[in-house]
Structure formats: C-alpha cells, structure tokens
Design a protein around this ligand. Structure first.
Ligand code: NAD
Length: 243
C-alpha cells in the first residue's frame, strides 16, 4: 500500500496504459481522478471527462481533481496520440492534434498543477514520453518531435521544481500492446495479434511490453522510492535499441 492516502490525477485513464496505471495506483491505496475524453467506463473515485485540446479543460484539471479528491499528490500525464509519416505527409490537423495532446496539454496541466503540489509541500509528476522522444524512429516525425518536447520539458521542470519537493520524471516506453499500437497495425492492413507477435521477436526480452510493464515503472517514479529522482527519462524497452 505505497500510495495509501495519496491522491492522483491520471490523464488518458480510459486508454491501454492509463487504465492499468489507475488500477494499480488504486490497488495500492491511492484515490484517483481519471481524465479522458469519456471516463464513464473507468473505475476511479472521480471521473473528469473532456477534451485535452480544450485549453480551459486542461488548465482546470489539476484544480478540479484537487477539489474533488480533497488534495493532490501525484499527476500522471499519460494521454497521447500518434500520427504517422514524414513531415511532407503531415497535415495541419495532424500537427495541431499532436502538439495539442502530447505537448500543450501536459504543459498546461504541469503549469496549473505545480503550484498546487508546491503549496501542499511537494509531490510527483510522471510524464509518459517515448523511446522515440530520445532516439527518433522512422516515419513518425511529428510524433517523435512531440515526445522529444515532453522529454525536454520533463528535464527542465525536474530541475526547476526540485527545490519545491516536486519530483518530475518521465517514462519512455518502446512498443506497448495497447489500442494505440493495435489500431496502427489495423490502419496499415495488418492483423494486430500477428503483427504484435512478430514485433515481439525483435525485442531482446522476446515480447512487446504489456501496459503493466510500463505502469510498474510509472508507480515507482510516483512513489517515495524515487525520492532522489528529478528530471530523469527512464527508458523501458525490453533491451530493444531504437535507431
Ligand atoms: P491509448 O490510445 O490506448 O490511450 C491513450 C488515451 O489518451 C486514450 O484513452 C485517449 O482517449 C486519450 N486521449 C487522446 N487524445 C485525447 C484528448 N484530446 N483528450 C482527452 N484524452 C485524450 O494509448 P497508450 O498506448 O495507452 O498510450 C499512453 C501513452 O503512452 C501515450 O502518451 C503514448 O504516446 C505513450 N506511448 C505508447 C506506446 C505504445 O506502443 N503503445 C509507446 C511509447 C509511448
């Protein structure tokens, strides 16, 4: 029960990784405010449905969660979108969506949330970046750029707010078996189960990550065990180098 008495805001809580982060936090005693486009089916103490592309919604999330939970100790910026292609195939819509969800929303949530955590004497923020934010992969130029942006923001915020007792770090996963990965295969005409099994053979550990593999590291960074970590980017990749 590492999180007994703790209050956490989790974005993307209806998605593959977010749902498991919320479940695991609650299983260890935390009370969770879930944020996603539609949280109706999410198990959480508080559900705050809305669109992260709406600046007013993103700006208000930390305070809304604080009011509903009676305080806030942990923020997990997990929501994300992926768009494919090189820059020459990136539409204005893809650009705005990627920047809006992957960079602007966590920026707004951190900007609003950090003063609340500071007032309460400290806390933890965990951002979900990507291995591709550290080592860009092919054909996802804007996605890689947004993940590099949130990785860089994490390093800056980790340093700038350490003196307030706020631990800001990021997890950088490689491929994870979630709707994001599966719909990507479907859109390209592949059977997701077969494609994920084949992809698993390219990972030294022998399989693609499950959401739990990522959530375990997120919970570590949100816990007191990571009390000396500020601005770290933690790659969780099964030994798979990204080129
Ligand atoms: P997912 O698609 O299963 O979940 C993402 C969630 O974000 C969804 O529930 C979605 O509704 C929510 N979201 C997206 N746009 C939103 C918006 N405008 N407003 C509110 N909510 C919105 O994806 P996932 O794989 O669970 O991804 C979680 C995080 O992990 C993302 O930041 C993603 O970039 C990152 N990541 C995933 C992988 C992977 O292979 N799955 C790899 C590296 C990093």
């Amino acid at each position: 029960m590492r999180f007994k008495g703790k209050r956490a805001l989790v974005t993307g809580a209806a998605g593959g990784i977010g749902k498991v982060i919320s479940q695991m936090l609650r299983a260890e005693g935390a009370r969770v405010a879930a944020a996603d486009r539609n949280c109706d089916a999410v198990d959480a103490e508080v559900r705050i449905s809305g669109n992260l592309l709406d600046p007013a919604y993103a700006d208000a999330l930390p305070r809304t969660a604080t009011k509903a939970l009676g305080g806030l100790d942990i923020i997990i910026n997990n929501a994300g979108v992926i768009t494919r292609g090189p820059v020459t195939e990136t539409s204005d819509q893809d650009w705005a969506l990627s920047i809006g969800v992957n960079v602007e929303a966590p920026f707004r949530i951190c900007r609003a949330g950090i003063p609340l955590l500071a007032e309460a004497g400290g806390g933890a923020i965990v951002n979900i970046a990507s291995c591709w934010g550290v080592h860009p992969g092919p054909n996802h130029a804007v996605y890689c750029m947004t993940k590099a942006a949130i990785a860089s923001l994490t390093q800056c915020m980790g340093r700038d707010h350490a003196h307030q007792g706020i631990h800001i770090n990021a997890v950088c996963p490689n491929e994870v078996d979630t709707p994001m990965l599966r719909t990507g295969f479907e859109k390209r005409g592949f059977d997701p189960a077969t494609a994920i099994a084949e992809l698993g053979r390219t990972v030294p550990l022998g399989r693609v990550a499950r959401p739990e593999d990522i959530a375990d590291v997120v919970l570590f960074l949100a816990s007191d065990a990571a009390r000396y970590m500020c601005g770290s980017l933690v790659e969780v990749n099964g030994g798979k180098p990204v080129s």
